[in-house]
Design a protein around this ligand. Structure first.
Ligand SMILES: Cc1ncc(COP(=O)(O)O)c(C=O)c1O
Length: 420
């Protein structure tokens, strides 16, 4: 129960989500980030995850946002739109509910949902970059981001540099007069490096650039980059936000309304939007983000403790470890340290590959952030596109996405697999 206003949330409270995610502020009902119903505003993270953009359906009382599986909408006379909907590439009520929820969870003013994380990235970069511009990406960026920038965006005349952002001064040193975007991932994929978001946002702004943070690994429950000064948050909602390995999606969230409008224009123009069912699955997953993240982090800490003591393990990469160079920054900007862990094996690549094939509870597969634990070899799998570049990942590295199964079983599975 969330208190007395729940009881007062009757038919009058339910609305079909309007066509634009900013409608809540446009209608003048207060600041962004709260869930309104009756006289009170609720803004606890879990309350927003379950209710933001998700009022009971006005017509039927359906507690869950319906899947509006439609491509178009009847108009009451030419131009007579109901709730602002005209065509589902431009807007769809199920997607609008997801977009409003995402904006609330990231403390932004506008959320935009996409067909994948890469579709979100592509739309963002084509919105804010022009030929001749320069972008700074992380020294160990997600392989897909690296591929997009180095193989696609570069062809359109955009220059880039990959910089280890664990030292903000290295970012400052890489800034050029044409730098328009500083792109941060924290924690990074797969080496779990940490960037001080506040410091890098300041450097980006001093340079007149936008600061973009890919928040996929942390999720908005653990870290909210917009509140630390970033301009755009990127998500692969395929991961923790969706949380159940059953849907591919992406998102952008911003605070600045004008930037939100430009992104919405490009979202509609390029059309890389998620369908209603995918939007619904992501929205359903997001409802439980908080409790899942608490368990992911707790389980990861158990697994890390077991790996740290193991003679076959050369090094564990986890920001929760006191010896991790970014530990203090992570402690300051994250609620807990998350479910992603990487580790290097003493016996090199062969041992890493063998381990990936020996676990039973940890499934060998790409992706991360689902309730089920996954294991992979970044060098041969998710980060194969970085081979031969400065972003190449160590061959002895294994990455695990620690799920929410019983911690004892996860530890036992890894220890048995490490024994060979
Ligand atoms: C950090 C990060 N950003 C972006 C993406 C791309 O997202 P998607 O696979 O949904 O296109 C991924 C995918 O693994 C990722 O790990």
């Amino acid at each position: 129960m969330i208190g007395s206003p729940t009881a007062s949330r009757g038919a009058g409270c339910g609305v079909i989500p309007p066509a634009r995610a900013t409608a809540r502020t446009e209608s003048g009902n207060g600041e962004i980030g709260g869930h309104y119903c009756g006289p009170m505003k609720f803004d606890g993270f879990e309350t927003l995850a379950i209710h933001a953009g998700q009022e009971p359906d006005a017509g039927t009382g359906s507690v869950v946002v319906p899947i509006y599986q439609t491509s178009t909408y009847a108009q009451d006379g030419v131009g007579g739109l109901r709730q602002g909907y005209e065509y589902s590439r431009t807007g769809n009520p199920t997607r609008a509910a997801l977009e409003e929820c995402l904006a609330a969870l990231e403390s932004g003013t506008r959320g935009l949902a996409f067909a994948s994380g890469m579709a979100a990235e592509d739309t963002l970069l084509r919105t804010v970059l022009s030929p001749g511009d320069h972008i700074i990406i992380p020294g160990d960026a997600y392989g897909g981001t690296f591929r997009l920038v180095s193989k696609v965006v570069e062809r359109w005349g955009v220059r880039w540099d990959a910089v280890d952002q664990s030292d903000p001064e290295a970012v400052r040193a890489a800034v050029r007069p044409e730098t328009r975007v500083v792109w941060t991932e924290t924690p990074t994929n797969p080496l779990l490096n940490i960037t001080d978001i506040e410091a890098v946002a300041q450097i980006a702004h001093d340079a007149g650039a936008l600061h973009v943070v890919d928040n996929t690994f942390a999720s908005p429950y653990l870290q909210q980059p917009l509140t630390l000064g970033a301009d755009v948050v990127v998500h692969s909602t395929t991961k923790y936000l969706g949380g159940h390995s059953d849907v591919v999606g992406g998102a952008l969230v911003v605070s600045d309304a004008e930037l939100g409008e430009r992104l919405a224009f490009h979202q509609n123009t390029m059309g890389a939007i998620p369908g209603p069912f995918d939007s619904w699955l992501t929205l359903r997953g997001a409802k439980t983000l908080g409790v899942r993240m608490d368990r992911h982090s707790a389980n990861a800490e158990r697994v890390v403790a077991a790996l740290e003591d193991h003679p076959a393990v050369r090094k564990v990469f986890y920001p929760g470890l006191e010896g991790h160079p970014g530990h203090k920054t992570a402690e300051r900007q994250m609620r807990s340290f998350g479910g992603m862990v990487s580790f290097a094996l003493r016996d090199g690549e062969k041992a890493a590959l063998a381990l990936c094939e020996r676990t039973e509870v940890f499934t060998l597969g790409e992706s991360l952030g689902g309730v089920e634990s996954l294991i992979e070899h970044p060098g041969r799998m998710t980060h194969a596109s970085t081979a031969g570049s400065t972003l190449e990942v160590p061959a002895d590295l294994v990455r695990i996405s620690v799920g929410i199964e019983s911690a004892d079983d996860l530890v036992a599975d890894l220890l048995r697999a490490l024994e060979g």
